[in-house]
Design a protein around this ligand. Structure first.
Ligand code: KG4
Length: 338
């Protein structure tokens, strides 16, 4: 008997729905929200209103694109947290309502588990997925974590940021360069044309496997402030080199702890996930490191690096197989760890 899961993601500013049947992706629809652009960041109240407008057409389109009807769905998986409460409420309430109407169970998904498990989304039967245990470097706007993934629901955080996340380092430095929000993709684009060794920024000296990015941010800020005193157009003249040097430093910080984690655990497979794993430099650095060390690298399709319901559906699929359903009185949570 085949199992069909509808996944719903609404934790931040993307409304997404996906259909997965027996682990194979049939559709994945994402509606972004342009309304936040003029504010330089996500406005929670506007996000939940946009989710309310988007959710019905997004789910409807996902079902149609998958070539199924709503009666073929066996369970609905939804992101329960972490995220913006108002946004999460839209997805959670919709999942409950539809599940009640169809008389099928619901499965709650930890958004962070979704990012890690996005490597198990298959487009074809033959697609290769990681084997447990493996390490996942989860890097996004809100997280920078090295996770030892022992099974679909057993994940141990070996190290994490003690201040800013890697994505925040990209975004905050990009902001002082006058780039639009979120700055990460702009830094990525500019970095490809710059000299990564031109500028030196400070790197943290944190023991163990934890990360810190706030010192780098401060050192970047001071470099710009001092240089602008001599040349008011310093940023404009040195954009690409600044971006390339910043990106190199972030990658070096990420890799240093990842190497340590691999040495400590002896795992042979490395996966990356979260918005920052879309970064070209990060992807290349992980691929190079893994090939040098004879490790297997899992680099996600860019589509699966940012928020999407396919990862929620696959996480829900594994919980479904394990009969891990959730009650209809489940409420979303803004904060939760892995
Ligand atoms: O996982 P995600 O979509 O959601 C949050 O956790 O917020 O990650 C968003 C983060 C932002 O900081 C964004 O600048 C960063 O991912 N990002 C990138 C790139 N694409 C997205 N950072 C560097 N290079 C990129 N290409």
């Amino acid at each position: 008997m085949s199992i069909t899961i509808l996944g719903i993601e609404s934790s931040c500013d993307d409304t997404s729905a996906a259909i997965i049947r027996d682990g194979i992706l049939l559709s994945n629809v994402i509606a972004g929200q342009k309304v936040h652009e003029e504010y330089g960041g996500v406005v929670p109240e506007l996000a939940s209103r946009a989710h309310q407008q988007n959710i019905v057409p997004v789910v409807d389109t996902a079902i149609k694109r998958a070539g199924i009807t709503k009666h073929d769905i066996d369970a609905i998986a939804f992101t329960r947290g972490p995220g913006l409460l108002g946004s999460l409420l839209v997805g959670t309430s919709f999942a409950k309502g539809l599940a009640l109407g169809l008389n099928i169970p619901i499965v709650d998904v930890n958004h962070l588990h979704g990012h890690v498990l996005s490597h198990f989304i298959r487009r074809e039967e033959t697609d290769v997925v990681p084997e447990y245990p493996f390490i996942c470097l989860l890097i996004s706007g809100g997280n920078s974590q090295i996770i030892l993934v022992k099974s679909y629901n057993d994940m141990e955080v070996l190290g994490q940021t003690i201040d800013d996340a890697a994505g925040e380092a990209f975004d905050k430095c990009a902001k002082v360069m006058g780039l639009p929000y979120p700055g990460g993709p702009h830094i990525d684009r500019l970095a490809s044309e710059g000299d990564p060794l031109r500028f030196k920024f400070s790197k943290p000296h944190i023991p163990g496997l934890d990360y810190s990015f706030s010192g780098l941010k401060t050192s970047f800020l001071y470099t710009l402030r001092d240089a602008k005193k001599l040349d008011p157009d310093f940023v404009e003249h040195n954009k690409a080199d600044l971006a390339a040097s910043l990106q190199r430093t972030i990658i070096e910080i990420l890799l240093e702890k990842l190497r340590k984690a691999v040495d400590l655990t002896g795992v042979s497979q490395i996966a990356i996930g979260g918005g920052v794993s879309a970064n070209s430099g990060v992807r290349q650095a992980i691929a190079d490191y893994c090939s040098q060390r004879g490790l297997q690298a899992f680099i996600p399709e860019r589509l699966f690096t940012t928020d999407n319901a396919a990862m929620v559906a696959i996480a829900g699929y594994y919980k479904f197989l394990d009969n891990q359903f959730c009650d209809l009185d489940a409420t979303p949570y803004a904060r939760v760890s892995i």
